[in-house]
Design a protein around this ligand. Structure first.
Ligand code: ZN
Length: 158
């Protein structure tokens, strides 16, 4: 689905205000950026989904770290990933851990399996009325969402 079309649908269909516009106006705390995670967050801010790639064992690594979780090599390079994933599991959040997210609750957080292999926790861009579309294994694609001062990686149904 074309990103612009999706954006329009989010804005017009969302019954609880969790549109891209309301996300843009949130004042939420940003990610904790360290020297290890900075390339990931810089990539997200540019609309690039960068993951670490181990040149020793040729496997993808996420979350960002100093040593490969597969072979313990420190030969990790940053490479652009597809941004495609499948839904593994999800949950509806009614009472967020941080009060700044309350404005858009309820919303859906999920663990997605990236096409490259690693899993990632994320928030889904989904109309609350269409939650019955969610099934394990459905195809998702990354969407870069401006949340206040930060760009965060969300996933949406393809
Ligand atoms: Zn490795």
């Amino acid at each position: 689905m074309d990103g612009d079309i999706f954006r329009e649908q989010m804005i017009h269909n969302s019954p609880n205000g969790a549109s891209l516009e309301s996300l843009r106006q949130l004042s939420v705390p940003g990610p904790t950026v360290t020297t290890v995670t900075k390339p990931f967050w810089d990539g997200v801010a540019r609309g690039e989904f960068l993951l670490q790639w181990c040149t020793a064992c040729k496997k993808w690594v996420f979350y960002p770290r100093t040593h490969c979780q597969h072979c313990w090599s420190d030969q990790l390079n940053w490479k652009e990933a597809s941004g495609l994933a499948t839904l593994q599991t999800w949950s509806t959040v009614h009472k967020p851990g941080h009060p700044a997210w309350q404005e858009i609750a309820p919303y859906v957080v999920a663990v997605v399996q990236l096409e490259e292999g690693p899993t990632m926790m994320t928030q889904l861009l989904i109309d609350q009325r269409n939650k019955d579309q969610l099934q394990a294994g459905i195809a998702l694609q990354i969407q870069y969402v401006q949340c206040g001062d930060h760009v965060l990686p969300f996933f949406a149904i393809v």
